[in-house]
Design a protein around this ligand. Sequence first.
Ligand code: FES
Length: 86
Amino acid sequence: MTDPDSVFTSKVLQSMRPPMVCTCVQVSRQALVKAIQDGDRSFEELQKHTGCATGCGCCESSVRRLLSDEMNRQVSPTDEKQGRLF
Ligand code: FES
């Protein structure tokens, strides 16, 4: 039987780690968001600056989706101030 305390400790430790988008190169979501905030505007720029998606390539769609979401998030506050819905 599994020790409930060790399962709890393991889950707590996992939740403290930054979530990895690219496990091959160990690129976290935080690192990608920071690169986007610092000016990266394309998948290729993120690859160049973080090394993401340069291994197996499985994370490409996740990286592209994160890029799109973050760019929309950065645009939204301005659009909201101007009263636009989209
Ligand atoms: S998970 Fe990103 S290149 Fe393999």
